[in-house]
Ligand binder design. Structure first.
Ligand code: ADP
Length: 474
């Protein structure tokens, strides 16, 4: 099979370029065939492409050239010149348009034939030397001019052939070679077309890759702009909102005079809604800080049971409105003190407890369990211990929040931690929220070197687990 090199700049020109003889022939195989042919006919055989590049040089009966067999220097020199003339000779008759013969000064004969592919000459075959039957060896037709010794050696080493047999052998060889060229042409064309289509798809793929990289860079830039925008807007909204809440409080406390009952109710609503809005803005600010990697943790020894109780007390009013029963169980082996940012851990628990209430049914229940968790980790390398045994345990605390709410479908379990993602994201959804609570909880937990996981069954409830290392910081 003809092998063509992969050319990255492959195009129409390449597809239309004509093939060379060496591209069309399986040279190893063809050389083997020519060698068999030469040993069968006992006559040497040479094949050249149209640039005179010698592709095959199969020796016949004599392994050496005539010049090597002759002792006389001047005869040897004439021999060498004769051979180069033969190699240059263009076939133009006499017995065929594309074949010719050449008789050398010693009386030996060569037959030369052109090779064609689709009407175009593509190379030449030279059969010889052989001694035409009935002819004598000599120099320029004079048998006595050649030393007897040389005549004997040549006579022994050079094959004597009938002219008709020699021409028949050459015709067979040409026909067989042109057959091989035709087969080679088909497979070379197929592989060239295959290469063409591969390089076209490669160029197409490269272009798509470039466009994709460009879109990715643009999206990254847009994402960065979005985070900056969120951070700036939230920050600017927070300041006036704090004043709204502050002045509402002052009005409710009667600092600007006693309010009528209806006025009191209105101002209370303004304050409640203001606080709700402030919570939302704070979430967006926290999230954009997490996204930009600007979250700073103030790590210190923290009583995790107290933090849990404090988070619980924050959500008690919300739970009472839904008549939800909440219970905390601390296992005996649960670590109490961990190194953490107390405020941030409280925020994680408030977010999870808030969801456990929000997505619970009326008079449902929530169970909070604190227990020890041993996380397997790779131990530092030790020369004496095989790598497979190099694991150790990291002491962690697991805070588990189990509710009896609506549950989460299995295929949504990984997505709920994405920012702004809500299982029911429709505008008519039953539950309020931004879809940021769990993204923030996950971000803070990861920043502490911990992780967060969830199990759930639709209609039965969910279990969220926050695992935090006892001593390991971010
Ligand atoms: P939000 O509560 O503001 O919608 P979150 O990020 O806290 O956003 O939660 C994302 C989504 O995960 C919620 O909208 C809800 O669909 C689902 N989810 C979270 N916690 C629970 C839970 N305890 N029970 C059922 N669904 C929950």
């Amino acid at each position: 099979m003809t092998q063509l090199p992969l050319n990255p700049g492959f195009g129409v020109d390449e597809l239309e370029r004509t093939f060379t003889l060496s591209e069309l022939l399986d040279l190893d195989l063809y050389r083997e065939i020519c060698a068999s042919f030469a040993s069968l006919t006992q006559v040497g055989l040479r094949v050249m492409d149209d640039t005179r590049l010698l592709l095959v040089d199969a020796k016949g009966r004599s392994a050496e050239s005539c010049s090597a067999l002759l002792a006389d220097d001047s005869v040897q020199q004439r021999c060498v010149q004769e051979v180069s003339r033969i190699l240059e000779k263009e076939p133009e008759g006499p017995w065929d348009q594309s074949c010719c013969r050449h008789d050398c000064f010693l009386g030996l004969r060569y037959l030369i034939a052109k090779l064609f592919h689709e009407g175009t000459p593509i190379g030449r075959v030279i059969l010889g030397p052989y001694l035409p039957r009935g002819q004598c060896l000599g120099i320029d037709g004079d048998p006595d001019a050649l030393e007897i010794g040389c005549r004997d050696v040549l006579g022994e080493k050079i094959t004597c052939l009938d002219e008709a047999d020699a021409q028949k052998a050459l015709r067979h060889l040409v026909r067989m070679t042109e057959g091989l060229i035709f087969v080679g042409y088909k497979s070379a064309l197929t592989s060239r077309m295959h290469l063409e289509s591969v390089s076209a798809s490669f160029a197409d793929l490269k272009e798509k890759n470039r466009a994709l990289r460009e879109s990715y860079e643009q999206l990254k830039e847009l994402d960065r702009l979005k985070s900056n925008f969120l951070a700036t807007v939230s920050h600017e909204l927070r300041t006036p909102l704090t004043s709204v809440i502050g002045y509402s409080e002052m009005l409710l406390e009667g600092m600007a005079g006693r309010l009528a009952e209806e006025q009191h109710a209105y101002v209370t609503t303004i304050m409640e809604k203001g606080e709700q809005l402030l919570g939302l803005i704070s979430s967006i600010l926290d999230f954009s800080k997490l996204e930009r990697g600007c979250l700073k943790l103030s790590l210190q020894p923290t009583d995790i049971v107290e933090v849990t109780q404090s988070a619980l007390s924050t959500v008690v009013p919300m739970a009472s409105r839904q008549e939800i029963h909440m219970d905390v169980r601390v296992a005996d082996d649960a670590p109490r003190e961990i190194v953490a940012d107390e405020g941030k851990v409280r925020q994680v628990l408030v977010n999870i407890l808030g969801n456990a209430i929000k997505f619970n049914k009326k008079q449902g229940s929530i169970l909070i369990r604190l227990q020890r968790f041993a996380r397997p980790v790779c131990a530092p390398a030790d020369e004496d211990v095989p790598a497979v045994f190099l694991t150790t345990e990291e002491e962690c605390v697991c805070i588990e929040v189990e509710d009896t709410g609506i549950g989460i479908p299995a295929h949504e379990l990984t997505r709920i931690f994405d920012s702004f993602y809500q299982v029911d994201g429709s505008s008519t959804r039953e539950y309020g929220g931004t879809g940021l609570g769990l993204a923030i909880a996950k971000g803070i937990t990861l920043a502490h070197g911990g992780f967060i996981e969830v199990e759930s069954e639709v209609g039965k409830g969910s279990v969220f687990r926050v695992i935090l290392p006892v001593t390991h910081g971010p």
